[in-house]
Structure formats: structure tokens, C-alpha cells
Design a protein around this ligand. Structure first.
Ligand SMILES: *Cc1c(COP(=O)(O)O)cnc(C)c1O
Length: 463
């Protein structure tokens, strides 16, 4: 069933049944909290945040059907019917032969790369997500980003900016040799590249390049349903197909996937590996037992498996996806009206502000994204995240010199089914004031940082 389409207003296709209170803080308080957090928004207590756009990961609202399913959760250690329902739902949507539950996406990544990668290997992707890159590098392998050039130009409008540059992929295989490439990944949608979709045509082309070399294709499938909806809207021949048909076709070109159910699983926790390879599946299950748990729960409670089983079906509903993309578009288009340079066109789950262009007076070495992110919090209690040189800057271990990231973005991620339009209108009001004051925003320096995934814990000081 879908909501009548002839009206222009895209409504939230749900009502609110349970609420969580929000509380405003004063500017003085936020100044203090920022200082205490060393200007790292990951270190701010969430009760001190008004509108939390840090991430869309695990922050969504579950449906009444999901809450009902939780009660059905069977917590048997082995062979739980909750696992059977989970497995059936994953297979129904994704079509892979083997399903291995994990507590979240990165656990799926760690297990997959532990089994498939060794030192010196190269793993191509459109753009590796931060934990994906870190897990590959932790194995001593190299993570190569091969997104099309349009995908790196925030202003360029292109319907599928998440596409992989297949010529670059071909060249990489020729340069390093197929033996060194244990698998190729495609992130759908391309989170770190602005939540941009990958076209079905591109998936097929990538598969065609890999096939003669026997290199398996895996999806980083966190936002598979949003990607499928973009295909339906933007790619010829898919207008009359259901989201499920599109998802199944995408998956039919892949040998497996990693999945964070905290995104398009519409759940607060969970993930899985899907694969058609029996031998790999067995090795992965052996590793799973070592760190995650028995293969019929993989670090999750039976009730979590139930919530994911339902969520994976709900996320295919077009009313939901239409509202989801409309929310991002609404925020994106109004930020553009204010004057913000954003990654265009708006992606599925978030809007990305191009902080390098917005704040030309702050050099990349002083992290303009981090500065903007701190300012949005200070001004209106809005939490966002930097996706730029703090997250992806590369430090030469010998010289200590830092190479900045290609883009300095600030992501405003939209939790699923969580905020109303007036929340978004508030964000826009705050953003307008920050925009007016942009010339006074100062750069940051890092005063303390760990060896990897530094953005989670690094400490900063305004310059
Ligand atoms: C969130 C995410 C992951 C990691 O999943 P977690 O559940 O956070 O561990 C991997 N890839 C992409 C594209 C993601 O968005």
C-alpha cells in the first residue's frame, strides 16, 4: 500500500507512539561542554545535544511491528527460531546462500577481511568507509578508492556519483595483478563520498571487469534500500520495478556483502555477512565463534535478530523511502538557499557541507570541517561530524607530515523516522546564523591523537 501520490507534500509516513524528551542548553553551557570535550563532538554527552545529526547509525526509531517482534525474541544459545526468522528475511531480501550474523557492520568487515585478505593485498572500493579502510589496513592490506572523478567534485551534479571508475579498476588489476586483489567492494550508497548512489549499470560493468580474473564482488550494503530507490528514480528501465526486485538484481551480481543493520536494517544494533561461498562461510563461522558468538546469534540477542528481520522488510516500503529522500532533499535545498556549498545532489541519508569552500580562510591543516562542526554545536546544540582531514588525513610514519583529505566535509546525518520537519527547520535557522558569522570561525589544531580512527578520540584546540 502506498500513500496517495498526487499531493506535493511528502508526509512522514508514520505517527509518533512513544517520545523522548529533548532539552535545550544555554550557549554558556555548550561553551563549557565543548571545552571539556576538547572540541571533539564524539565526547559530548548526548543529553547535552538538542538535534543529534552525528550519525544515522543505530539512531533510528523502530516501528510497532519491530517492538512486537522483540517480544518474540527467543534467547536460545543455539538454533533459535529468532535466527531462523532473521536468516529467512536476509535471504529473502539479499538472496545470498549463507548468512552470518554479527553485532554490527565492522565486525562483519573484520571477519571478512581476516578470511580473505593478507599483507600486501589491495582492496578496491568506490570509497572505503572509515571502519572498512581501517580493517583492511589493520590486515596490512591496501584500501584503494576508485570512485569516478565526479564523485570527488562536490558541485558536480551527476545521478550516480557513487559509481566506480571501471577504467581505473581495470588499470589497478593490470598494475598489481589479480592475485593481489582478493575481492572488490562497492559501497551502496557511497557514505564517505556523500551518500551518493551506484547505478545498476555500474554494478554490472564492475562485475564484467572482475569476472575474467575471478575476483569476487562484495557490497558494503549498509544503505542498499536507499541505493535501490535512487535507481528506481534515476535509472532507465527501473521505474516500474519494486524496490525488492531492484535489490535482488543488484545482489545477483555480487558474491556477498557486509551489512550494518544499524542503517537500512532499521535496527539499533546488528549486522551480517552474506556470501555464496560455502568454504568462506565456514571459515567465517569459525572466526565468528572466536569473538562474536555462535553462528545462530553472532553477538546479538535473539530479540535483536527479530528487529532486523522486520526492519529489512519495512525498509523496502516506498512510502518510507520517498519520505526518507525527501527529508534529505528538503534540508539540502534550503541550505543551498542560505548559501552553503553542499555535496550535490543531496544523498540518501545525509547532507554534506563543503567546509573547505565555506571557510576559505581556514587552511586544510587547520581542519575547517572540525571548526564548522564545533560552531553548529555552539550556536544551536546541533551535533554533526567532520568527514575530512581529521577522519582521512594521512600521516607519514617517518616524517610525521600530514597529507590532507581530498574533501573537507561536515555531515548532517538524518536518523531514520526520528525527526519531524520542524526539527529540520530549527537546524536551518541555526545554520543561517552560523553562515552569517562564518568569517569569524577559527581553525583548530590537534593536541592529542591515537594511532588509527583518530576522529573518535582526538583532542583539539581552537587557533
Ligand atoms: C556504518 C557503516 C559501516 C560500519 O558499520 P557499523 O555497524 O557502524 O560497525 C560500514 N560501511 C558503511 C558504508 C557504513 O555506513
Amino acid at each position: 500500500m502506498t500513500i496517495e501520490k498526487s499531493y506535493r507534500t511528502v508526509i512522514e509516513p508514520f505517527i509518533i507512539k512513544s517520545v523522548q524528551t529533548l532539552r535545550l542548553t544555554t550557549r554558556e553551557q555548550r561553551e563549557q561542554y565543548l571545552k571539556e570535550a576538547h572540541y571533539n563532538l564524539f565526547k559530548i554527552k548526548s543529553q547535552h545535544v538538542l538535534i543529534d545529526l552525528l550519525t544515522d547509525s543505530g539512531t533510528g526509531a523502530m516501528s510497532t511491528e519491530q517492538w512486537a517482534a522483540l517480544m518474540r525474541g527467543d534467547e536460545s544459545y543455539a538454533g533459535s527460531p529468532s535466527f531462523q526468522r532473521f536468516e529467512e528475511s536476509v535471504k529473502d531480501v539479499f538472496g545470498f546462500k549463507y548468512v552470518i550474523p554479527t553485532h554490527q557492520g565492522r565486525a562483519a568487515e573484520r571477519i571478512l577481511f581476516s578470511v580473505m585478505c593478507k599483507k600486501g593485498d589491495v582492496v578496491p572500493n568506490n570509497t572505503h568507509f572509515d571502519t572498512t579502510r581501517a580493517n583492511i589496513e589493520y590486515r596490512g592490506a591496501i584500501a584503494e578508492d576508485l570512485v569516478i572523478p565526479e564523485g570527488k567534485d562536490p558541485k558536480k551534479i551527476h545521478p550516480f556519483k557513487g559509481n566506480m571508475d571501471v577504467r581505473k579498476l581495470q588499470r589497478l588489476i593490470e598494475d598489481v595483478g589479480a592475485k593481489k586483489i582478493p575481492l572488490c567492494m562497492l559501497t551502496i550508497t557511497n557514505n564517505s563520498g556523500g551518500g551518493q548512489p551506484v547505478s545498476m549499470e555500474n554494478v554490472k560493468e564492475v562485475k564484467k571487469v572482475l569476472e575474467p580474473f575471478g575476483i569476487p564482488l562484495y557490497f558494503d550494503a549498509a544503505r542498499f534500500a536507499e541505493n535501490a530507490y535512487f535507481i528506481k528514480l534515476r535509472e532507465g528501465g527501473y521505474q516500474d520495478k519494486s524496490i525488492k526486485e531492484i535489490v535482488r538484481e543488484m545482489m545477483s551480481y555480487a558474491d556477498g556483502c557486509t551489512m550494518s543493520a544499524k542503517k537500512d536494517g532499521l535496527a539499533n544494533i546488528g549486522g551480517f555477512i552474506g556470501t555464496n561461498d560455502e568454504v568462506l562461510a565456514q571459515e567465517e563461522k569459525d572466526l565468528l565463534i572466536l569473538t562474536e558468538g555462535f553462528p545462530t546469534y553472532g553477538g546479538l540477542a535473539g530479540r535483536d535478530l527479530e528487529a532486523i528481520a522486520v526492519g529489512l522488510q519495512e525498509v523496502l516500503e516506498e512510502d518510507y523511502l520517498r519520505y526518507r529522500l525527501a527529508e534529505a532533499k528538503y534540508l539540502g535545498e534550503r541550505l543551498l538557499e542560505i548559501g552553503y556549498p553542499i555535496v550535490q545532489p543531496p544523498g540518501g541519508h545525509a547532507i554534506y557541507i563543503d567546509a573547505k569552500t565555506l571557510l576559505p580562510h581556514i587552511p586544510q591543516s587547520e581542519y575547517p570541517g572540525q571548526s564548522l562542526s564545533a560552531e553548529l554545536y555552539l550556536e544551536g546544540g546541533i551535533r554533526t561530524v567532520e568527514i575530512g582531514s581529521v577522519m582521512f588525513g594521512k600521516i607519514d610514519p617517518k616524517t610525521g607530515k600530514e597529507t590532507p583529505a581530498e574533501m573537507e566535509l561536515v555531515r548532517l546525518a538524518l536518523p531514520r523516522r526520528t525527526h519531524t520537519q520542524s526539527h529540520i527547520d530549527y537546524v536551518l535557522e541555526v545554520a543561517k546564523d552560523v553562515y552569517k558569522n562564518r568569517e569569524n570561525i577559527k581553525g583548530m589544531k590537534i593536541t592529542k591523537q591515537p594511532k588509527f580512527l583518530r576522529h573518535f578520540t582526538a583532542e583539539f584546540e581552537p587557533i
